[in-house]
Design a protein around this ligand. Structure first.
Ligand code: ADP
Ligand code: MG
Length: 707
């Protein structure tokens, strides 16, 4: 069944700066009918939402009224999204993250942790698996706030069945509130913080904290809910923040994501648009499901009460008002294909069967023979690869020092890999340890006897429902139709109808003014876009001019001498949002390019001209690079850790292929360590299990097992 996006509005108190400036309050609220009134020079502007929260409100109020029922639904297996929208300094982060020093102001995000783990602990006969991830979109680049490499840009990909996902995003298993809080704090500290004139600590990035909750009941059926908690970047116009230089670059792009969000909302609300421009920005791609999709969505519009923020507040209220009209179609995610819980259960069962078989010598021997066989194969291929590597290396190079070093590292890491496989699969203590680790990651039913906790949960649900019903009733009274009333006299009826007519006339006038205002706002948007286009045009011209200056210096035997051809061969990659351009090739050189970094150096070098010293320097550099860089780079794809990882993936596949009983999924390390990556999940079910002929034909597994 379709349901609207819920929208609530929160107004923070005046801050000390506004108080010092004697700012006037221009926002009023009537909580009984969830109405906001914005006072300005013209007539007051009214907006009605699903809840309004004035200066003295707390995150506890907001959570209990409207977030609580949403999170309950996520625990049941629905998808949910809460996103905070508003200008910088309006209280988005304060609402989402909160203020730990005041208990009622603990934010929405930490409250969800408590809620989720209370719910899991008081639910009987269900096992839960909870993971979290935390990402940031900054400058239209996605980064993992909990990843090993915080600078690594991640790509957004789309899977035919599983939808849009961030490839390589880390998901961390959580079995208690404390772990979640720690991860939230770690990610929060990693957020980019830009100083603008509006608010020195304001964040220029969008962040998405996601909680994945999988639940398996006694029958083995699985439900999976996903909760996105989104703290958007400031919605203010870029010009007002005084952004310049690098800041301008940031602000332009952040506006791009928010503009795209606005355009998606408009297209959804419009009803006539066939095309919803989700692909226009990273944010809209990731929130695609939350806007017009299979998600229960709540928008928290944050506003400042101060009259010097009137324009921004009005813009936020209008934005929120439009979002109200979006219709979603939430449904429970039953037996999802990418459920990790099933993998956990299977791994536990597999390990248990190994543990049982251990005392029976026969079976152990059979297994050992199998493992011995696999190990032998592994070693043979490993040696063959080493020899091949050595031969290739010797053929290309005179120096062997580096090769020797790499090979010995490779050797020791291979030994470790081998020992790991043996110890896990044959040592009963190790097996039990793994089972325990896996079981510890599942939660559910720990507080089944805690009646108070259960009652509290029931009470909160009831209170939230009552609040909603009260509001709906109040709004209905408000919309009372005078034509349905019974009047004592015609005169009384006439008066009532005249009154309503006047009210309707006033509404029409207000709407006409609204149309004018919105047109004015569009005009400002248009000017913003034009300014952005002008700036980008200038950048483009700069690049063109630099290139025109350089083009005559490009050697004629290089493919880049023919620019038109290069342009024809270039292909736009939508996922990566960049051009894939041909490698630099020379008709004179036969050596293939070593790596992109090296190619870059060569191009730079070839641009140097008419300079004897320059050419000599260039020759020297090229000679050095032959000795140094090729040694480092040419074989880079085959370096030690990668090779060992390839072997590990290979051995997993072989074990899998030959012995179903020894199934060793590629994600097993993730299961026990509690950190799993999105692309591992997708590859796990997507790729065919085939035995590779050549080592380098193997897909590259994540480099996490042996480091
Ligand atoms: P945003 O994330 O929207 O840029 P913040 O959440 O960082 O804004 O809030 C800006 C400042 O206002 C912070 O110092 C915060 O403590 C304060 N603040 C925001 N909302 C409230 C509120 N409801 N009550 C008290 N202080 C608030
Ligand atoms: Mg913030």
């Amino acid at each position: 069944m379709a349901e609207s996006v819920r929208v609530i509005c929160r107004c923070r108190p005046l801050n000390s700066r506004e108080l010092a400036l004697n700012s006037k309050v221009c926002v009023e609220m009537d909580q009984s009918v969830a109405q906001v009134v914005l006072l300005g020079d013209g007539p007051p502007k009214q907006f009605t939402f699903d809840g309004v929260y004035y200066m003295d409100s707390t995150a506890e109020h907001i959570y209990n009224d409207i977030v609580y029922p949403l999170v309950e639904k996520v625990i049941e297996g629905y998808n949910g999204t809460v996103f905070a929208y508003g200008q910088t300094g309006s209280g988005k982060t304060y609402s989402m993250q909160g203020d730990d020093s005041v208990s009622a102001q603990r934010g929405i995000i930490p409250r969800t942790f408590e809620h989720i783990f209370t719910a899991t602990a008081t639910t009987a006969n269900v096992k839960f698996l909870v993971h979290v991830s935390y990402l940031e979109i900054y400058n239209e680049e996605v980064r993992d706030l909990l990843g090993k490499d915080k600078l690594q840009k991640l790509e957004i990909k789309e899977h035919s069945e599983k939808g849009v996902y961030v490839a390589g995003l880390s998901m961390h298993v959580c079995h208690d509130v404390a772990t979640c809080e720690k991860l939230m704090a770690t990610g929060f500290n990693n957020r980019h913080v830009g100083a603008t004139l509006m608010n020195k600590d304001s964040s220029r990035s969008h962040s998405i904290f996601t909680v994945y909750i999988e639940a398996m009941d006694e029958t083995g059926s699985i439900r999976m809910g996903k909760l996105n908690l989104v703290d958007l970047a400031g919605s203010e116009r870029q010009a007002k923040t005084g952004a310049t230089g690098d800041r301008f670059k940031e602000a332009t792009k952040i506006n791009l994501s928010l503009s795209a969000l606005g355009n998606v909302i408009s297209a959804l609300v419009d009803g006539k648009s066939k095309h919803i421009p989700y692909r226009d920005s990273k944010l809209t791609r990731l929130l695609q499901d939350s806007l017009g999709g299979n998600t229960k969505t709540l928008m928290l519009a944050c506003v400042s009460p101060s009259d010097n923020n009137y324009d921004e507040t009005l813009s936020t209220l209008r934005y929120a008002n439009r979002a109200k009209n979006i219709k979603n179609k939430p449904k429970i995610n039953e037996d999802p294909k990418d459920a990790l819980l099933r993998e956990y259960q299977q791994e536990i069962e597999r390990l248990k069967s190994l543990a049982i078989s251990t005392p029976k010598d026969q079976q152990v021997v059979v297994q050992n023979v199998d493992i011995e066989e696999e190990r032998e194969k592994l070693r043979a291929e490993f040696e063959q690869a080493m020899n091949q590597l050595r031969a290739e290396y010797e053929h290309e190079q005179k120096s062997k020092a580096k090769l020797q070093q790499e090979l010995s590292t490779l050797q020791s890491q291979y030994e470790k890999a081998k020992a790991d496989i043996e110890s896990t699969e044959t040592n009963p203590a190790e097996i039990n340890r793994r089972i325990e680790m896996l079981q510890n990651q599942l939660v559910g039913g720990e507080q089944l006897d805690n009646e108070a906790l259960k009652a509290d949960r029931q009470r909160k649900m009831k209170a939230a429902e009552k609040k909603m019903q009260r509001l709906a009733a109040a709004l209905n009274v408000h919309r009372d139709d005078p034509l349905l009333h019974v009047y004592n006299s015609t005169q009384e009826k006439l008066e009532a109808l005249t009154k309503q007519f006047t009210q309707e006339q006033e509404k029409v006038r207000a709407l006409e003014r609204e149309v004018e205002d919105i047109q004015g706002e569009f005009e400002l948007d248009r000017l913003d876009y034009l300014e952005t286009i002008r700036k980008q045009d200038q950048q483009l011209k700069l690049c063109h001019q630099i290139f025109e200056k350089l083009q005559p210096t490009i050697r004629k035997d290089l493919n880049y001498a023919n620019l038109e051809k290069i342009k024809r061969e270039a292909v736009w990659d939508d996922d990566q949002q960049r051009w894939i351009i041909p490698d630099v090739l020379s008709s004179r050189t036969n050596l293939p390019s070593a790596n992109p970094a090296l190619q870059g150096q060569r191009i730079d070098q070839q641009y140097v001209q008419d300079d004897e010293d320059g050419i000599l320097r260039l020759r020297k550099k090229l000679e050095d690079s032959n000795v140094d860089d090729i040694a480092k780079n040419y074989f880079k794809p085959l370096k030690a850790t990668d090779l060992v990882n390839k072997y590990k993936a290979d051995s997993n596949r072989m074990l899998n292929h030959h012995h179903k009983s020894l199934r060793h999924p590629a994600t097993h390390d993730g299961l026990t360590s509690g950190v799993i990556y999105t692309d591992d999940l997708i590859e796990r079910t997507g790729s065919a299990q085939r035995k590779p002929h050549r080592l380098d034909a193997l897909p590259m597994p994540r480099n996490k097992s042996f480091t």
